[in-house]
Design a protein around this ligand. Structure first.
Ligand SMILES: *Cc1c(COP(=O)(O)O)cnc(C)c1O
Length: 360
């Protein structure tokens, strides 16, 4: 059977059905229904954060965040090493992404290069806790304070990662999450916003359902509400978060044993409790990556090039900026298959194929 980079976690079907039966009884299918509210409370408590709002997906979560913070136009400093949604949400909100290169240890935004990119038009910083590794949150907070900027973390990979004893998602004005089927914890489609301030939370709540309360039309809004069926999957999967992370750790440690020293790896911060969201490896060249891919593909094993291309190279950007480290890494990095059901034998097979294709 083919092995893909990930395999969506599925709870026992009876546990999902139990929630679906509740929907049949309540006849509430959407609009902040009881299952959604139950899930919001559970996630808020699990993360230990102030305000959590469950929305349709991780992309609309980013767009709502920009909108709720009142950012209309202007520049947002961001990282080129991420999934396209980080940049596209900035563009969709009619703002300009300004790319600051990444640092080579864990591929998060290089905080030493942020200040040089600030202009009078800069409104916010949107860094990414890429692969679940922590941005330098203290340095980013200091820069934001000094220059009066907002901080929105794209935390799509950071669910379950903890930094200095608290959720990595508790930093910044807003952190966003994705609960897409490919993510560590999923609700089929889904996303969320973690918000520090009660006013901003109220604003975001308003704009995610059309900007009106009853007949009172308060501000421009959109429909980013999530359904009870998605919340049901979220509740069923919620019970397995610990198991999911434990099994991902097992797989990751299996790769570590067989690949450490042979391929490049990110260096996690010492204060980080990692969530094992991804297993990225860096090859010595793009040719080596392609050689490894073609050998793995022959065995029906399909790793993914996360993230490629570097987002500063997107063809629809008005201006071309250069980010040499991100461009270099994105040509040589891939994520290996990682999901709870991946067996130790499969990990050994994948690692052996990789090792036999390394040039050194
Ligand atoms: C998955 C992802 C998103 C988008 O989330 P969706 O729920 O798929 O819309 C945003 N940013 C990053 C870094 C992601 O990996």
């Amino acid at each position: 059977m083919s092995i893909f980079v990930t395999k969506s976690f599925m709870p026992p079907i009876s546990e999902y059905e139990k929630y679906i039966e509740q929907i049949w009884k309540s006849r509430v299918l959407t609009n902040q229904g009881p299952l959604l509210r139950e899930l919001e409370t559970k996630i808020q408590d699990y993360l230990g954060v102030k305000y959590f709002q469950y929305v349709e997906n991780g992309t609309i979560a980013l767009q709502l965040s920009i909108q709720a913070l009142g950012i209309e136009g202007g520049e947002i400093i961001t990282t080129p090493f991420s999934y396209v949604a980080t940049t596209s949400s900035i563009l969709w909100q009619r703002c300009k992404p300004v790319f600051v290169d990444i640092e080579p240890n864990n591929f998060t935004i290089d905080v030493n290069k942020i200040e040089a990119a600030i202009t009078p038009q800069t409104k916010a910083i949107m860094p990414v806790h890429v692969f679940g590794y922590a941005c330098d949150v203290e340095a980013i907070e200091a820069i934001a304070k000094k220059h009066n900027l907002r901080v929105i973390y794209d935390g799509a990979h950071a669910f379950g990662s903890r930094y200095k004893g608290k959720s990595l998602l508790s930093y910044g004005d807003i952190s966003t999450l994705s609960f897409h089927a490919t993510k560590l914890y999923h609700t089929i489609e889904g996303g969320g916003c973690i918000i520090e301030d009660s006013e901003i939370s109220r604003k975001l709540d308003l704009i995610k359902h059309f900007g009106h309360q009853g007949d009172d039309h308060i501000c421009l809004g959109i429909n980013a509400k999530q359904s009870e069926f998605n919340a049901a999957m979220g509740l069923a999967n919620f019970e397995y978060i610990k198991d999911i992370i434990r099994e991902r750790k097992r797989v990751s440690e299996g790769y570590n044993k067989l690949l450490t020293g042979r391929v490049g790896r990110p260096k996690a911060q010492k204060d980080l409790e990692y969530n094992y969201a991804y297993y990225p490896v860096i090859f010595s060249s793009e040719e080596e990556l392609q050689q490894v891919f073609s050998s793995l593909n022959k065995e029906e094993i399909y790793p993914r090039r996360y993230f490629y291309p570097s987002l500063n190279e997107l063809p629809y950007l008005e201006e071309k900026e250069s980010c040499p480290i991100s461009e270099d890494i994105s040509h040589r990095i891939a994520c290996l298959p990682l999901y709870p059901e991946l067996s130790d034998e499969e990990v050994a097979k994948i690692s052996a194929i990789i090792r036999s294709n390394l040039s050194k």
